[in-house]
Design a protein around this ligand. Structure first.
Ligand SMILES: Cc1ncc(COP(=O)(O)O)c(C=O)c1O
Length: 483
């Protein structure tokens, strides 16, 4: 980018942020040259560029003014930017991975759900049967959105026990967290709006952004440091971001949890820029420390956080019961839901309510957490035993994913194909970013017990990783690319 282009870009940012409003005079060429340390010729070039693009108007004897239709100019540019973005097409990539790994013949390290044997299937079936027997004729109507009062009361109770003021009326029951997240994002954005996400992020966020025709702004995050809040602040100052979709606890795929301090800072930043947070908190119950970590919602005083979660990761994926703490936005969410799924399954809502009251949920969660923690340690030990020394691996305090990193020339697409050929499914790093260009990472689900089969699979993956790292023979020609 040349000097004048860079200056023009800065001026556009200032105009977007309304430092210079429609009809106002921008600094004279001479003043701008002094402030920015570039020549008057460069400033003039930048101003002429902005004039040709409709941002500024040259007025004889007065200098340059911001165009009176500047809102329209900004909106058109946003639209053009959106059209010029490479389409995410994350759906095609995901579909490929799921189609090719869905049969039970694969070691399911790519799975998004924990080992099904960790769930209390029998108790849930009993609760479902018992609740169904007691269902009244009109229960399908009385449990329409926002959903079963009893279920909302029991979910609210768990937040209140954590010190977060959530009332049953703040909640809308949805078909899994994914519906809650989708409806929330839809409620606060229009096609063409900017939405901030972590990079890497859960591919469900990428799919939703693609479907809603939004423009993703990726904020760097790492397993060690979490979300880069400074960079986030920069992006908030640069783009008119409408909303963000973030995971503050046990981020998928990196596994980090933001400290209370960072969550507080995050909410303050969003308040300052008037941006909504769609908070994805599906792993909150799967913590290994003493207490359940607070969501960012706990620091939200202005109803800008839509807290979304579900029972899919900690009790039963199949029931598809999730929720959003939407507060005053509840009605808006219900309206959106009415236009899409109408409501989540009523027997499933009543079955889960029954289980929460009688099934020993906390006891189940204690066992689940302890099994997951043990399995994480076993998996980490196996990785350390079998993988090359240059492998980097996360060590999360909850959830059930490990994020593995390798130096060049590692290519996760080749690793993925080689593993599939040996009946092992992994999630390649390309699934977790907009441009699908993270070739050096892989996500593994560690929720399975360390049987001989799992141990052998880890050993095989270790050998394949060595092969991908050391083999100079390019494998690209023989291996099918997944994107
Ligand atoms: C981070 C994250 N958010 C949301 C979801 C969707 O949850 P649910 O199955 O409740 O719709 C998933 C499922 O994979 C997930 O990993």
């Amino acid at each position: 980018m040349t000097k004048y282009q860079s200056l023009a870009r800065q001026l556009k940012q200032q105009i977007r942020q309304q430092i210079w409003r429609a009809g106002e005079k921008v600094p004279s060429v001479r003043a701008c040259s002094r402030q920015s340390g570039v020549s008057t010729a460069t400033v003039l070039q930048a101003y002429q560029l902005l004039e040709s693009e409709g941002w500024l108007i040259a007025k004889p004897q007065s200098g340059y003014l911001v165009a009176s239709n500047i809102r329209q100019v900004i909106a058109t540019e946003q639209q053009d930017h959106h059209h010029s973005q490479t389409p995410l097409q994350i759906n095609d990539l995901l579909y490929d991975v799921f189609q090719r790994t869905k049969s039970g013949d694969f070691v399911p390290f790519s799975s998004a759900f924990p080992d099904a044997s960790l769930f209390p299937q029998q108790e849930l079936v009993r609760s479902l049967a018992s609740a169904s027997r007691k269902m009244s004729d009109d229960s399908a109507l009385t449990n329409l959105p926002p959903g079963s009062y009893e279920l909302r009361r029991l979910i609210a109770q768990r937040y209140v026990q954590q010190g977060i003021q959530v009332m049953p009326d703040d909640l809308v029951i949805t078909s899994g967290a994914l519906e809650a997240l989708n409806l929330s994002l839809q409620a606060v954005t229009q096609p063409g709006d900017y939405v901030a996400i972590e990079s890497p992020t859960f591919y469900g966020a990428l799919q939703t952004i693609e479907r809603l025709k939004l423009i993703p702004i990726e904020i760097p995050a790492s397993a060690e440091k979490g979300l880069d809040l400074d960079e986030f602040a920069n992006q908030l100052a640069t783009y008119p971001i409408k909303a963000c979709w973030l995971m503050t606890n046990f981020q998928n795929p990196l596994g980090y949890t933001l400290s209370h301090e960072k969550k507080k800072q995050l909410v303050e930043l969003l308040d300052h820029h008037d941006v909504y947070l769609v908070e994805d908190d599906v792993y909150a119950e799967l913590y290994f420390a003493e207490d359940r970590p607070l969501p960012a919602k706990a620091f939200d005083q202005h109803h800008r956080v839509f807290l979304c979660s579900s029972f899919s990761k900690c009790l039963s994926p199949g029931f598809r019961i999730g929720w959003v703490v939407a507060g005053p936005h509840s009605e808006q969410i219900q309206r959106q839901q009415f236009l899409s799924t109408i409501s989540s399954s009523v027997p499933a809502q009543l079955g889960i309510s029954h289980y929460l009251r009688h099934g020993g949920y906390d006891n189940h969660l204690r066992k689940l957490r302890s099994a997951l923690q043990m399995r994480k340690n076993e998996m980490l030990a196996a990785i350390r035993e079998f993988f090359p020394a240059c492998t980097q691996v996360s060590d999360p305090d909850g959830g059930y994913f490990l994020w593995l990193g390798f130096p060049p020339p590692f290519d996760c697409r080749i690793f993925y194909e080689l593993a599939l050929a040996r009946q092992i499914a992994i999630a390649p790093g390309t699934l977790f970013s907009v441009r699908q260009d993270d070739l050096r990472h892989v996500r593994l689900n560690y929720s399975y017990p360390m049987t001989d089969q799992i141990r052998t699979a880890i050993q095989t993956l270790g050998q394949l990783a060595r092969q991908c790292l050391c083999d100079d023979e390019p494998k690209h020609e023989t291996v099918r690319s997944i994107n």
